[in-house]
Write a protein that binds this ligand. Structure first.
Ligand SMILES: [Fe+2]
Length: 242
């Protein structure tokens, strides 16, 4: 190799080294930027979840008989979602929907909401407007996405006899079908002004009995199986009602 060719080769080698160093710097900066963006996204999601939770708690505070209902139904519904459709459980808006399911109750008079005895037909008519009121309230919040489907349909029944639209079967949004079970299970296993809480095994028998009428049969069976597993697992950190 003559001297000129050796110099050219050395020059190319140096250029390549410089190029590799530049590339490394760019990759490191890009990684830093991505980590900052991920951190900002996590912080934003966490603040948004906090805001949604506060909003839901403010609404729940109006209903004196259902305090703590929110936390329990949220936990139950997420547990069942993880079992039935794990990919849905990963989506933040599904959790938002579970938390905000009854937000429409802010539009229901307290005399009806906190009535100690059974409601009259007229009062039930008013009470049944809460899913639609809820949808109207949250519709401008585009970040809530599919949470709206849970707020709208959490009182629809598998047999089509629910409200507000009388949807049936798989026409009902899956997380709303899941939530219907969590909501009823919690109602059955907590004290109400007009009756005591049912024991766990009786509540589960009721869920099973209404599989295919009130509840999505697959979701109902999955919930019963899940509760059986949790209650027989002494090490489980999750507390089911007795
Ligand atoms: Fe509701």
């Amino acid at each position: 190799m003559d001297i000129t060719a050796a110099e050219d080769l050395e020059g190319t080698r140096r250029q390549l080294l410089l190029f590799a160093e530049d590339l490394q710097t760019i990759v490191a900066r890009e990684r830093e930027r991505r980590e900052e963006a991920e951190l900002a996204y996590r912080e934003l999601s966490s603040s948004y979840l906090g805001m949604v939770r506060t909003l839901a708690e403010v609404c729940e505070a109006k209903d004196t008989y259902t305090r703590s209902h929110l936390d329990r139904t949220y936990q139950y519904a997420l547990m069942l979602t993880r079992r039935i459709a794990p990919e849905l459980a990963e989506r933040a808006e599904i959790g938002f929907g579970y938390l905000l399911h009854d937000i429409g109750k802010v539009g229901i008079p307290e005399a009806i909401l906190n009535k100690p005895g059974p409601l009259t037909d007229e009062e039930w008519q008013v009470m049944r407007t809460h899913p639609v009121i809820g949808v109207t309230l949250v519709k401008p919040l585009r970040l809530l996405g599919d949470a709206v489907g849970i707020i709208r349909s959490h009182h629809e029944r598998w047999d089509g006899k629910g409200y507000p639209e009388g949807l049936a079967g798989e026409d009902i949004y899956l997380p709303a079908r899941i939530f219907m079970i969590a909501d009823c299970f919690d109602a059955m296993t907590t004290d109400r002004p007009y009756r005591k809480a049912l024991p766990l095994h009786v509540a589960l028998e009721e869920i099973d009995r209404h599989a295919g009428t009130q509840f999505d049969p697959d979701c109902a069976r999955a919930w019963v199986a899940l509760c059986d597993e949790v209650s027989s697992d002494g090490a489980s950190s999750f507390q089911l009602p007795r």
